[in-house]
Design a protein around this ligand. Structure first.
Ligand SMILES: [Zn+2]
Length: 417
């Protein structure tokens, strides 16, 4: 892509309401556009990263046997009334009416909808286990949308659902998800800790969250510095507004030591042992080997894609801009020429031909502006062609201060590694 043809306009400063670093950098780099409080468009640069995250998630979940499907965003209230969540959840559940004055709910989550679908498929022990998932829009009427993509009213979520004969089956698939989620976060380029959390509005037998440790996080986590066991502060009754310290005498739930630290985190994934809450309420029943009717045992598993994208920036940036991990960067290379347009055009064509994702800054502006945008947008490599590079090109990593001179062939070999 050429800068001059791209749907991009960078900015030296961020809007006043952008408090978190990811919000500031996503706005300054024109990765996103705020349509209204909590509603964002992903502009082309943002969408490229989004699609890479999408693909990583899909690959890892398909690898543990998740079968992809897609469910509606507008839900007839019937299913939400079956579980009583239509009345219990609170104002986050966005309710609308159609022209006939019938109730509908927007997809805050999809447990009810997937359970309804499962009744068409599952009726016998022979139909179990099953494992399905989707990447689909969620809508939540959050009281305070904040932090750019960190908390929005409309976002995309990967949500998967497991159906098992019993809790033993659920435990097995739950462990598979823990592994797959750790693998997804590793590939996306963030470090997370898994914490015990409260089941919240989902209900059920237990829940875990995957937390990215960051000072800008709104969740408080108590981490044991000895055994690394981590718990969401909510679980221990430490209120969100509580003081900075942990209550005197508090002990690690696992190793019983008192070496507890309070940290802040951003929740990037959560998994729930739903048990039979939904299958009982919605009558998702199977006949076992002895013809006994039993409720299906369920789990649900979710990762918010836009939030994950913002979290990566919270964890990976410097004073000059974003530092994208190679796996989810919009482009691998930011190509710059300083009054060497003809040579740069040749290099651009060769990189494209070699299948390298290259963004060519072909604007007629000074080098300072080009280098500034290269750092702000944060692609892993900057390639510069100037009178000083003498038929070669200068390669600089976003994370390094040093640059090196390479021939075009050497450059392509390096980037293909
Ligand atoms: Zn411990």
């Amino acid at each position: 892509m050429r800068y001059s043809e791209s749907f991009i306009k960078t900015n030296k400063s961020a809007p006043k309401d952008a408090e978190t670093i990811s919000h500031q950098l996503l706005m300054r780099g024109s990765f996103i556009h705020p349509l209204g409080a909590g509603f964002y468009s992903l502009l082309p640069l943002g969408f490229k990263t989004y699609r890479k995250i999408y693909n990583i998630i899909t690959e890892e979940l398909n690898a543990i046997g998740v079968e992809d499907m897609i469910m509606p965003v507008v839900h007839p209230a019937r299913v939400w009334k079956e579980t009583n969540r239509f009345f219990e959840v609170g104002p986050e559940l966005w309710k609308i009416k159609n022209r006939a004055n019938e109730d509908f709910a927007l997809a805050m989550t999809h447990e009810e909808v997937v359970t309804d679908a499962a009744k068409q498929i599952i009726s016998s022990y022979k139909d179990l286990p099953k494992l399905v998932g989707q990447i689909q829009t969620k809508v939540r009427d959050e009281a305070r949308a904040r932090g750019g993509l960190l908390r929005t009213k409309e976002f995309t979520m990967q949500d998967a659902y497991s159906f098992d004969l019993d809790e033993k089956g659920l435990d097995k698939v739950y462990q598979k998800f823990i592994k797959a989620y750790n693998q997804i976060f590793k590939r996306v380029g963030v470090e997370t800790v898994m914490v015990e959390s409260s089941v919240g509005a989902m209900g059920g037998l237990g829940a875990n969250e995957f937390m990215l440790l960051a000072d800008s996080g709104e969740d408080k986590i108590i981490v044991c510095s000895k055994c690394k066991h981590a718990v969401n502060a909510e679980v221990l009754g430490v209120s969100k507004d509580d003081a900075k310290q942990i209550k005197a005498g508090a002990k690690c739930l696992k190793c019983k030591c008192d070496k507890l630290e309070l940290k802040r985190g951003i929740e990037v994934g959560n998994i729930f042992k739903l048990g039979t809450k939904y299958s009982v309420a919605q009558k998702l029943i199977y006949k076992d080997r002895h013809d006994q009717a039993k409720p299906v045992v369920m789990g649900s598993y979710g990762i918010g894609l836009e939030r994950l994208m913002a979290s990566v920036i919270e964890a990976s940036h410097d004073d000059f801009g974003i530092i994208w991990p190679n796996s989810i960067t919009p482009y691998q290379v930011y190509l710059i020429d300083i009054n060497e347009q003809k040579k740069a055009e040749q290099v651009y064509a060769k990189l494209l031909k070699a299948g390298i994702e290259v963004f060519y800054d072909d604007r007629e502006v000074g080098p300072g502006e080009k280098f500034g945008d290269a750092d702000l947008l944060g692609f892993p490599y900057r390639v510069t062609i100037s009178s000083k590079t003498k038929g070669k090109v200068e390669l600089k990593k976003r994370t390094s201060k040093k640059a090196e001179l390479l021939t075009i062939d050497q450059l392509i070999r390096r980037l293909k590694k």
